[in-house]
Design a protein around this ligand. Structure first.
Ligand SMILES: Nc1ncnc2c1ncn2[C@@H]1O[C@H](COP(=O)(O)OP(=O)(O)OP(=O)(O)O)[C@@H](O)[C@H]1O
Ligand SMILES: [Mg+2]
Length: 423
């Protein structure tokens, strides 16, 4: 096991394209780190530089405290799983998993022991004599995983390993990977597009945009205290709504109506700006008729015309189109395009209680939890209202929960007989 440290890592491809720009990132020993960002932002490039499959243009890459810039991939002792994992069709599951050990000329007895342990861990024991073509997608994925973890690697690197699986299998494998990583405690860097994977798997998540690292933090810290418009819009689904607003004392004049910023700290953060972008997550709206009086007074009520509603059983979404000033509308459109979002019109997406009877085409009263809103600078995209104290608190809680989970995984309830040997 080893920590991975990146210092000002730059990657320029042969044609001069800057795929990764000055990325500095510390992956702690045993940590599960997620890399996310839109297509083409440099996730795979970064991962390939860690493994050694891609040269580093400048900066330093350290694994276990040693600079590895010039170290050959096979000497870095890392295991990588790709999206398009290739299994050897003519070899059994056993031999597919054993492959890296055979390459390293490991004695037979040890190969036997390690493959069996790995198969046990991945619930592949009864399939060891079968050929990959006879297995289901999820089983094949587990064989690929087995081949990666059978070696005593210092770290695991995953590049969208689940993207070829259907949604249900992906969900199952996700839980398995999480359990496995916590049990083995091996440093892991995991690249994904998938919101759910990013939010559920990692101890921390690193968000990349066009080769530049935007923010690193626990999933909660990213969700609740994003540093800028990009992270705010990228993390969370449906995305955070961004409303242009002109500032009038403690009031914000938005296309959805006028409401008050009741928080002194947030108000102070606005400074002398005339215009800001207000960020409100869909779940911080509610059908005003379903909100109790006490709660009502802690937020603001607006009247808006709902265009479409989508009832999903456990909740419902309502879409509220609005007009925005041309320059800000263009900025929001660019942002939503960059986020791979299909939301090209200026509209707010609000999440309402499933019991709400708000009807499309009519005016509705919506309550906004104004305590939860974020204010962004339209010029710099910075989150003006980020609360550093809250970030520290969220990080502390995440750290505690991570330690507790690891403790629980390492000491299974069945007693010492059930502990798992390192593969
Ligand atoms: N061999 C190459 N030569 C030149 N440019 C490249 C090369 N490989 C990747 N790039 C460029 O580097 C950027 C980052 O690519 P990378 O594959 O790291 O993105 P990614 O974040 O993994 O994207 P995706 O989510 O689509 O897999 C892209 O803009 C891509 O065009
Ligand atoms: Mg990629």
């Amino acid at each position: 096991m080893a920590a991975i440290t990146m210092k000002n890592i730059v990657k320029r491809y042969g044609d001069g394209f800057p795929a990764v720009q000055e990325v500095s990132l510390d992956v702690r020993d045993g940590e599960f780190m997620i890399l996310v960002g839109p297509s083409g932002c440099g996730k795979s490039t970064l991962l390939r530089m860690i493994v050694g499959l891609e040269d580093i243009t400048s900066g330093e890459m350290l694994i276990g405290g040693k600079v590895v810039n010039k170290v050959a991939p096979r000497e870095r002792n890392l295991s990588m799983v790709f999206q398009n994992y290739a299994l050897y069709p003519h070899l059994t599951v056993f031999e597919n998993i054993a492959f890296p050990l055979r390459l390293a000329k490991t004695p037979n007895e040890e190969v036997n022991r390690r493959v069996k342990e790995t198969a046990e861990l991945l619930e592949l024991t009864e399939h060891l004599d079968r050929k990959p073509s006879h297995l289901s997608g999820g089983q094949r994925q587990r064989v690929a995983m087995g081949r990666a973890i059978v070696r005593e690697a210092d770290a695991f690197l995953f590049d969208e390993p689940l993207s070829n699986l259907d949604a249900k299998l992906r969900g199952q494998m996700r839980t398995e990977i999480s359990r496995l990583q916590r049990r083995l405690g091996v440093t892991t860097v995991y690249v994904t597009h998938d919101q759910t994977e990013a939010m559920t798997l990692g101890d921390r998540v690193a968000v990349l945009r066009k080769g530049v690292l935007q923010q690193v933090g626990s999933p909660r810290a990213l969700y609740e205290e994003p540093v800028n418009l990009f992270v705010a819009g990228f993390i969370g689904s449906p995305s955070m709504n961004f409303l242009p607003a002109s500032v009038d004392g403690s009031f914000l004049e938005t296309p959805l109506g006028r409401f008050e910023v009741q928080d002194e700290r947030k108000l102070a953060a606005v400074g002398d700006r005339d215009v800001v972008l207000v960020g409100i997550r869909p779940e911080h709206f509610e059908d005003a008729s379903l909100v109790g009086d006490e709660k009502k007074s802690q937020g603001s009520i607006i009247r808006a015309r709902v265009d479409v509603t989508e009832w999903l059983g456990n909740e419902q979404y309502a879409y509220v189109p609005y007009e925005a000033p041309a320059d800000l509308a263009a900025q929001l459109r660019d942002l939503s395009r960059e986020l791979d979002s299909d939301q090209l019109r200026t509209q707010a997406v609000v999440s309402l209680d499933a019991a709400s009877t708000i009807t499309p085409g009519r005016e509705a009263e919506l309550w906004i939890d104004t305590k939860r809103l974020h204010l962004f600078d339209p010029a710099t995209s910075d989150n003006l209202t980020r609360d550093e104290e809250h970030v520290a608190e969220l990080d502390r809680v995440a750290e505690e929960s991570r330690a507790a989970q690891r403790e629980a995984q390492r000491e299974p309830a069945e007693g010492p007989g059930a502990t798992v040997a390192e593969p």
